[in-house]
Design a protein around this ligand. Structure first.
Ligand code: VG1
Ligand code: CO
Length: 545
């Protein structure tokens, strides 16, 4: 087998976003596009010769093609071994688990997460480092720099590897091990949670749940853990077969896209608990009977109850949340006497805090929660955490959440997304906001809201001192309310403006309102301050979560 060095020319658009490089499948199908990016990753790494790489994806269209290319390029670039999930399947948290467990050098995750898949959908690629987490900014920037000057890539001339048969084979000098995608991850979950209590709950005949895998990667994991290991009735997991186009759906676990599950949980004979996860298995949505738990509340509640879970019995070291995530978790941290860190959006910013043992739990408002068990957010982990709480407390989801609000106050929260705005208009809107920040300080709007601070969020990593600027415009008011504006770093069409709204309500009577009603004035103010309608021509968001 011969190693070929193939001449190539750079593409100018290979800058990784919030979570890797995401583009339409057609973009990835351009000649050498994938190869350029993979070689750019390898070019930034040192001392990986003979070491192990973990490779897998969420099963979307192009996953199998990309894996064959990556295997041959890894062999040509001198990796000693690649561990690949059977059928090319590995969830994002499973990749993180495998890198850590087998002390791999790193991993490549093929996914565009919650973006639609299929031949007309999106594809994505992300590099994870040896702690199991997404590459930090200095590495993604180095990859981008490589991609702009690349002139050749290395690939082995060889036939395709059979990735459907478990076991070990050779590709040139490199070993390829096809592994079961679920086993190691399921064992990790078993080592964290009280499986006996959860088993009792799921088999007592009174408690009912549904889990929607949205035809994405979580299906086999959820089936194995919930139905096979924990004894939940067959059929508990719906849409469990990963499909290349996610069955035509949008594998984003929110009230809009997980409609089938939402309809079940809001029906007359609704089960007690519902959950969904996204394309690559790192997000989660938690529902009770006719009850939605916001991801920000979920993080706070998991922190409050952490000690019911065997792995966190000794208590948590601290919490980290992304900046736009509500401050509900801060209140729990304060009560527990542990620190709460505020980081930019994206899981890569949690890695250092977790490695340094400063925090145990992390979360984002975008349906992402996780802990120090891996270095990615983890959908099924969050679902098992909730089941563990429900099993121990014997309370309903609604009781747990409303009790939490009564204790800590409620942070009304919502995110309004304006998708596919022309990029120049979105950038103008942000530029205007930025330019006016200085004048906002102290300004009063409709008697209730006085601006306490207005800034463009900048983060200095407390561990390595690296600085990340321009991470979103924050406007905080004296009553604790907040407005945050930022542009998405995962979209593939035009720009997506995200507006995050948060308002604190200590009064239990007022806590029962619907969030959109409670936030009505703040929503109007977001338009006044951000000039959204004026700049974008939009009078309403496309997605509200
Ligand atoms: C979005 C979310 C962010 C999350 C990221 C990756 O990013 O807002 O919180 O970390 O997706 O999640 P953005 O830049 O579009 O707002 V996943 O499950 O898509 O890997
Ligand atoms: Co995801």
């Amino acid at each position: 087998m011969e190693i070929r060095t193939v001449p190539t020319t750079p593409y100018s658009d290979q800058k990784p976003g919030t979570s890797g490089l995401r583009k339409a499948v057609a973009v990835f199908q351009q000649p050498h596009y994938l190869e350029n990016f993979v070689q750019s990753i390898f070019n930034t790494l040192t001392d990986y010769q003979g070491k192990t790489l973990v490779v897998g994806g969420d099963g979307r269209y192009y996953n199998r093609t990309a894996i064959q290319v990556i295997l041959k390029m890894a062999a040509a670039n001198g990796f000693g071994k690649v561990m690949v999930g059977q059928g090319g399947i590995l969830s994002t948290p499973a990749v993180s688990c495998l890198i850590r467990k087998y002390q791999a050098f790193g991993g490549i995750v093929l996914s565009a997460s919650h973006n639609p898949g299929g031949i007309h959908g999106d594809f994505g690629i992300k590099y994870n480092v040896s702690n199991g987490g997404p590459a930090p900014e200095k590495i993604t920037e180095a990859i981008y720099a490589q991609s702009k000057t690349i002139s050749s890539y290395r690939i082995l001339e060889a036939g395709d590897v059979d990735i459907d048969r478990l076991g070990t084979s050779k590709l040139g000098d490199m070993v390829v091990e096809v592994i079961d995608p679920v086993t190691d991850y399921a064992q990790l979950m078993e080592s964290i949670f009280d499986f006996e209590r959860i088993h009792e709950l799921l088999t007592n005949g009174r408690f009912h749940m549904k889990m929607d895998a949205m035809h994405a990667v979580t299906g086999p994991y959820a089936y194995n853990i919930l139905e096979y290991r924990l004894g939940a009735p067959i059929g508990t997991v719906i849409n469990s077969k990963p499909l290349e186009d996610f069955g035509g759906g949008h594998p984003d676990p929110n009230l809009v896209y997980a409609k089938e599950l939402v309809d079940i949980l809001y029906s007359d004979d609704a089960p007690d608990f519902g959950a969904a996860s996204d394309g690559d298995g790192d997000r989660n949505m938690i529902l009770g009977r006719r009850f939605f738990v916001t991801p920000s509340d979920s993080l706070a509640i998991l922190a409050h109850y952490a000690q019911v879970v065997p792995a966190y019995r000794e208590g948590i070291k601290g919490i980290a949340r992304s900046m736009p995530t509500s401050q509900a978790a801060d209140r729990v941290a304060q009560k527990l006497g542990v620190p709460c860190y505020e980081t930019p959006t994206g899981w890569k910013f949690f890695g250092n805090l977790l490695d340094a043992d400063r925090v145990t739990l992390c979360g984002e408002e975008s349906f992402g929660t996780g802990s120090n068990h891996v270095r990615e957010k983890d959908g099924l982990w969050a679902i098992l955490f909730w089941l563990n709480i429900l099993a121990v407390t014997q309370k309903s989801v609604a009781e747990i959440v409303t009790n939490h609000w009564a204790t800590y106050g409620r942070h009304f929260y919502s995110r309004h997304d304006y998708e596919e705005i022309p990029t120049d208009r979105a950038e103008d809107l942000m530029a205007n906001l930025r330019a006016n920040l200085g004048q906002l300080q102290g300004k009063q709007f409709n008697s209730r809201y006085t601006v306490a601070y207005a800034d463009d969020f900048s983060y200095t990593d407390p561990i390595d001192g690296s600085v990340s600027r321009n991470q979103g415009i924050r406007i905080g008011f004296t009553d604790g309310s907040r407005l945050v504006y930022r542009l998405s770093g995962t979209g593939t069409k035009g720009a997506t403006l995200r507006v995050y709204l948060e308002q604190y309500e200590p009064d239990p009577y007022k806590q029962q309102q619907d969030a959109q009603t409670a936030l009505k004035d703040l929503i109007a103010l977001a338009d006044t301050i951000g000039q959204i309608t004026h700049c974008t021509g939009r009078t309403a968001p496309t997605v509200i979560t």
